[in-house]
Design a protein around this ligand. Sequence first.
Ligand SMILES: C[S@@+](CC[C@H](N)C(=O)[O-])C[C@H]1O[C@@H](n2cnc3c(N)ncnc32)[C@H](O)[C@@H]1O
Length: 363
Amino acid sequence: MVTPKETLWELDPHTTAKHEILRRYLAAWFPILGTYHNRIVYIDGFSGPGRYKNGEPGSPMIALDVAVNHRKSTTGEIIFWFIEEREDRLAHLKQELAAVRVPAHFRVIAESGRFDEKFGNVLASIEADKNGLAPTFAFIDPFGFSGIPFSLIERLLAHKRCEAFITFMVDAINRFLEHPEDKVVQHIVDAFGGDEAVRIAKGSGDRIVKLRELYQSKLAGVAKYVRFFEMRDRQDRTQYYLFFATNHELGHLKMKEAMWKVDPNGDFHFSDATNPDQQVLFEADPTNELAAQVRAEFQGKGTITGRDLRTFIENQTAYLKKHMTAALKQEETSGHLKVDEVKTDGTRRRANTFPDEVKLTWG
Ligand SMILES: C[S@@+](CC[C@H](N)C(=O)[O-])C[C@H]1O[C@@H](n2cnc3c(N)ncnc32)[C@H](O)[C@@H]1O
């Protein structure tokens, strides 16, 4: 991808997919956190101009739109903090923001500057005062890989109920991994919080996959739940991964739901090379894969409850509860799984149902 120079640029199909995940996730996030906290913060650290060349909304307008639609279920203050390095894009964003009517409990701040500097300063003062950051969702959406130091993401995730949604430009990183200028390579080292990525350049194997795995493992070191979604260009080449990192169980679940909506096959990828007019003939059925996964996990491990299994599926796999029911029905029918007639609460189990109280044993 060539980095656009104009104030506004054209929207790629994969950006629409990214926005769709963001929109769906925020539709859950604003009401969940906005109901119980007297302040929540939405940061768009690389906000862009607020609109694309043909009038489509950019991420700041999408976030505001979702929040306005859910304004009745959010009672506390919602701070929107948009940071944009380029003055022309910031001026355009401000114009767009001026046209939006927001409720009194929203505070919208649009500032020029660099995300790492601005957010780094705020974090430093919060850390110095030993205060906690209000629940924060940070959308970190750069064109490249500079200005997203891992240390900053680690500091953000150290605060309760704070999470990051990051565009991780793996194709650009791969191309610049052996750049002769130290300054360029240093941005990559900073993004990973260490020089392991540079060593990947010297090794063998698929560098894109290795870089993704490395970033994933880094995030997993600072957040309990990490998910990613792959975006490919018109040549069907991986451009970037959208990474989501959170310590919040429900946030993780809601992000998985958003990703399943955008890719109903559960592969969690979107390609600009896919012809949108082509009929989708079938959607992959995840039942077999999930059935095999839970069997491998629980076979020979004694009896577990429906709750144990649901928690495993929701927290440790890419699947959702709706997939669990289909997989368990299949396991029971095929005789791999035995389900007790009586549940943990002493009541009888209804056939083909797998509530939290059901007792499950893989033979
Ligand atoms: C990929 S675009 C953002 C698109 C926007 N998030 C959206 O989805 O509509 C990246 C933006 O970040 C700006 N930018 C580049 N470096 C930056 C930095 N260090 N801090 C803040 N903004 C930066 C660019 O000018 C550009 O407008």
